[in-house]
Design a protein. Sequence first.
Length: 467
Amino acid sequence: MRITVVGDVLLDVDINGAATRLSPDAPVPVVDVGDIRRRAGGAGLVATVLAQDGHSVSLVTALSDDDGASHLKRALSGVSVLTGVPLAPTPTKTRVRIGTHPMVRFDEGCAPAPVPASTGEMLAAIASAEAIVVADYGRGMTANTEIRAALADAVRRVPVVWDPHPAGSEPVQGVAVVTPNLAEAIAAAKAAGLEPSTGAGEAGRYLLERWGSSAVLVTRGADGALLMSAGAAQGIPAPRTNVSDPCGAGDRLAGSLAVHLGSGMDLAQAAARAVEDASAFLAGGGAAALAVVTEASDAGPVVELKGLELVGADDLDPDGVQLARAVRAGGGTVVATGGCFDLLHAGHARTLAAARGMGDCLIVCLNSDESVRRLKGPHRPIVSVEDRAELLLALECVNAVVVFGEDTPEACLTELRPDIWVKGGDYTPEELPEARLVAGWGGRCVTVPFHPARSTSGLAAALAKVS
């Protein structure tokens, strides 16, 4: 199938290494780099995946002439890349990982870019396509008037799937499907004045009318997707998948959806197959498995990272909010959990490790000493808030700790606005008192299994017997 991908390309770089010592210059871990992997991101990822599937792929994009662009060209092997005059540097996102844990991301060249030019070749690739994917990453390609006119003409002939971006352009009228994720859909609906309780269904109905598309497919991560068309709504479950890195799932879904629609499948069947394809893509390693340029290093460069020690005295530490905003701005998932964490034990460690595996950072909301006394009685906490925070930060799975003085974490959560709120226990996520609050900004609550015979009270009683 001849497929044209229209959109913005990024260069994704993964620096993978190990940390076994601290720097002599500052109390920061030293990362010994094992390898550096580069891959095409954004519209480039969509094009790469489709080309590997055996399709004839043309990529209509803007590509600079700098070092990052040279890496992108190598990563886009097998794709016909059609570009106009370069107007901005190659946006590059570099992630540093210690083992499997992301530590920090550096963004270069990601400032707003001018609208790129188009060429006759680029417009011809749109006109001759049998299916089109628009991968908008907010860097101007979809704002080009000639490109938009060509897409508006194409929607009358072939399926056009539009993957939107908050900083991008409105889809052209009449596209087959628009594929926002849940957070994007709810944010767009709320910006139009819908109620804070807006869910996927209400947001999808609003966007279906606003965008004038034949359908809207709201993706919901592990919960699958919600397909909205002509007033009907259909939930599409996602297969259970062990996911270590969700990067690229939306790109895989949009590309597969265009292929299935182009092959003649009806909308519901194509959407269900696309969700399955996205899950299989993640199970196979996701975007990280597509890296085509790998540099092994016996004595590679050393990266020094400042520890994320975000402990407040009585109120929420503003740096915790900054961390959450930075992760979200980079497209990451913010996970938070909370509690007293007095006498840290194995049950705590298991809950925290499980929470960290659900996103790109874990922020622990920690009850202050005064809050613990009100909740647990005058003899608690056993361990001071300073020591409790230090012990939590010593765990590899915890990126930050914030301290709150209220009896409940609602104010803390309102500032952090996590994508996922995790608690341990034998109840359903809907039973959590924070569920309605977190759902208000498009987040969700998750519970992890309670581990019996492991509790602070039991540990305290055992210690009392030997004291």
